[in-house]
Write a protein that binds this ligand. Structure first.
Ligand SMILES: [Zn+2]
Length: 492
């Protein structure tokens, strides 16, 4: 029986503002779309936190035996500087500043994004579509929105008429804003814009002559609006109506609000059952952002090369630090906070290692089944990783008592306990054991030193065939021996 049948899950839905029972559209299947990065600069640690929140959500669905299609896009065109419709495309601007092809910028930062996520042990999404790979789909959606009378063309650009849409729908349903307030609080159009209303947003922008990224369309040579790409890519791979749409909290308005409007205008239905928003990471109490300079690069955590850090921290410690906060809470990064997280992480890993050495008894004095269910309850309550981590520290306490012989555990319970701890720590939270890789390095060093000793003995015995064989086979494995005055050393 799949695990999801016995573990009912609740998700906080930003649309209703409440925790709701999760009922997928197709039993046993989850369709999830998450807004990916705009690839015009290196990802900062705040981005890593956002994507990590959804990585754990993805992992938990998989753990519950759901079949998941997780789509996370790459925004490689159409995201205008300052998130407004007038201005320069972020990628085109970067390309101009650095005298690169826009696709060089895209390639460089897409590779960086993937490298970083891999180093933090993220699972890759099922599909990672790019906006430039879906221009035709975006043009088709624009045509449909124009046909309904809600999209209109002006000077080669196409806009979404928010006021007209709001006559039959509710623009602001997700963010809780209402259009009258929005209209009252904006300046009049300055006459330069082609928009009918200040709140209207671009579906298609005509490219200025100097604009490098452009595609032909029925309206002009130009490029699609940012909000449109997510509508095109989510519905293409998940259908017009799917389970979950996620993203950073800052995308709720206008990006996700506009996505709902585009879908409603195009298909007559709201696209998503559960909207999920991950909260931000602050740095020493202030918002972390590329534009303000108050940010830290993920690679700097791993190398320790940032003045706010007292030393380097591993990817697993960073992950553990982030998952100690619930994804909907703001988390503040500071050196003190990650130093504390490192201590907790080490305690947890020591206990996980100690599991193998625990001896069993005829009966258990600890209730493993209720511990396990409480751990599931934590995750079933809107993916509450801090409560799960508290449960794991309860397990650490049990393990220490078992080691000291103050509690007992049966063979069957120990098997259940070990399997559950491993599943939560490694599969669901996505942590890895740094000590295991460190100790593998120690073991490798021991083995190579042993071979060096055998080679020295062979040379002393004038068995040069054997000593050469040891050296050559190590070279074939990428291990170079260096003979010096102080003996033989090696490098990998
Ligand atoms: Zn998006």
């Amino acid at each position: 029986m799949p695990l999801y049948t016995t573990q009912p899950l609740k998700i906080y839905n930003s649309l209703s503002g409440e925790k709701e029972n999760f009922n997928p559209i197709h039993e046993g299947n989850v369709g999830m779309y998450v807004c990916g990065p705009t690839v015009y600069s290196n990802v900062h640690l705040g981005n890593v936190r956002t994507f990590m929140s959804f990585d754990v959500i993805f992992r938990y669905f998989l753990h519950l035996d759901y079949k998941v299609r997780y789509v996370r896009n790459i925004t490689d065109v159409g995201h205008i500087v300052d998130d407004v419709d007038e201005g320069e495309d972020k990628i085109a601007k970067k390309a101009r500043l650095e005298q690169l092809e826009p696709m060089e910028v895209v390639q460089r930062y897409t590779v960086d994004f993937h490298d970083i996520l891999k180093s933090f042990n993220f699972l890759p999404p099922s599909i990672e579509p790019t906006a430039t790979g879906h221009i035709i789909e975006q043009i088709e959606i624009i045509k449909k929105i124009i046909d309904t009378g809600i999209g209109y063309e002006a000077n080669g650009s196409v806009y979404f008429d928010v006021v007209k849409y709001n006559e039959t729908n509710n623009y602001g349903v997700l963010s809780g804003r209402n259009i009258e307030d929005m209209l009252a609080n904006t300046r009049d159009l300055d006459g330069q814009s082609d928009k009918r209303n200040p709140q209207d947003f671009a579906l298609w922008k005509k490219a200025e002559p100097q604009h490098i990224m452009r595609w032909p369309s029925p309206w002009s040579d130009g490029f699609p609006g940012w909000h449109l790409e997510c509508t095109a890519m989510s519905t293409k791979y998940l259908g017009n109506h799917f389970d979950i749409h996620g993203g950073g909290m800052d995308l709720k308005f206008p990006h996700h609000e506009c996505e709902i409007a585009q879908n409603e205008a195009c298909t007559g239905q709201s696209p998503v059952n559960y909207w999920m928003h991950a909260n931000m990471l602050t740095l020493n109490g202030k918002k972390m952002a590329k534009s303000t300079g108050n940010n830290i690069l993920p690679g700097e955590i791993l190398s320790g090369e940032n003045t706010i850090l007292s030393k380097a921290f591993s990817a697993s410690v960073t992950r553990f630090f982030m998952l100690q906060a619930h994804y909907r809470s703001i988390l503040d990064f500071s050196d003190d906070a990650i130093v504390a997280a490192e201590k907790g992480y080490k305690r947890l890993m020591e206990a996980v290692d100690a599991l193998a050495g625990i001896s069993v008894s005829a009966t258990s004095s600890i209730d493993i089944e209720s511990w396990k269910q409480l751990s599931y309850d934590a995750m079933n309550d809107d993916f509450n990783t801090p409560i799960l981590i508290a449960q794991l520290f309860e397990a650490v306490r049990y393990i220490n008592l078992l080691k000291e012989g103050k509690e007992t555990i049966s063979a069957e319970d120990l098997k259940t306990f070990t399997a559950a701890i491993n599943a939560f720590v490694f599969d669901v939270l996505g942590l890895s054991d740094d000590k295991a890789s460190d100790s593998n390095n120690d073991k490798l060093e021991g083995v190579v030193n042993m071979l060096i000793g055998m080679r020295n003995q062979a040379r002393a015995d004038k068995n040069f065939a054997l000593s050469d064989q040891i050296r050559d086979q190590l070279i074939a494995l990428g291990i170079q021996l260096k003979d010096g005055k102080e003996g033989t050393s090696f490098s990998i």
